[in-house]
Design a protein around this ligand. Structure first.
Ligand SMILES: CC(C)(COP(=O)(O)OP(=O)(O)OC[C@H]1O[C@@H](n2cnc3c(N)ncnc32)[C@H](O)[C@@H]1OP(=O)(O)O)[C@@H](O)C(=O)NCCC(=O)NCCS
Length: 159
């Protein structure tokens, strides 16, 4: 449990990507508003090909609104890709993203994942660097904007 500057209680929750889980619609809406609307992309474009086999983690505020999210696709070989990290604009810069990534790392490390990769928007590279991720490879374009490959090796923790 954490607190935002507004002193609202923040809770984290693993979400099932289906119509039954009440937070999945909120997660999809946040991903669309934060990651797709600024690029002029329509509703539905936030869904990715591996949607149903990804892990979905959300942060909810004191009124149970989804205010942050991240998804993770587990890949063969003890690795996987962190994707679609988004925080409600009014709450950005208050530690929500850091808490989401920390919980994601804790969970996937426990599941045996040894390395996380991601496609960072150029403007978000500094955020991931603060959390221990490093740039590698050449810059590339995705959803029409500049990106960098980043990765982090997860240190094994004693059981
Ligand atoms: C990028 C994003 C997910 C970060 O979440 P956040 O809750 O705002 O970040 P936090 O407050 O947890 O920041 C953690 C640290 O990273 C820094 N940081 C946050 N965003 C940053 C950015 N864009 N560039 C550089 N540093 C950043 C913070 O200052 C903080 O630094 P500290 O170690 O001194 O405390 C969020 O700002 C967001 O949704 N941005 C728009 C969508 C986006 O770009 N998503 C990423 C797609 S790859």
């Amino acid at each position: 449990m954490n607190r935002t500057d507004d002193d609202e209680v923040l809770t984290l929750r693993w979400v099932a990507p289906d119509d039954v889980d009440p937070d999945y619609a909120g997660e999809r809406d946040l991903r669309w508003r934060v990651l797709r609307v600024p690029l002029g992309m329509g509703r539905g474009t936030e869904v990715n090909a591996a949607e149903e086999r990804c892990l979905h983690l959300v942060a909810r505020d004191g009124e149970r609104r989804v205010v942050g999210c991240v998804i993770f696709r587990v890949d063969p070989g003890a690795t996987g890709q962190l994707m679609q990290m988004a925080v409600e604009p009014a709450l950005q810069g208050q530690g929500v993203g850091r808490v989401l990534v920390a919980e994601l790392e804790r969970r996937v490390r426990a599941d045996g994942v040894g390395e996380i990769t991601l496609h960072a928007r150029e403007v978000a590279v500094g955020f991931y660097e603060r959390l221990g991720y490093a740039v590698y490879g050449d810059p590339f374009t995705e959803v029409s904007i500049p990106h960098r490959h980043m990765r982090k090796v997860l240190e094994a923790r004693p059981a």
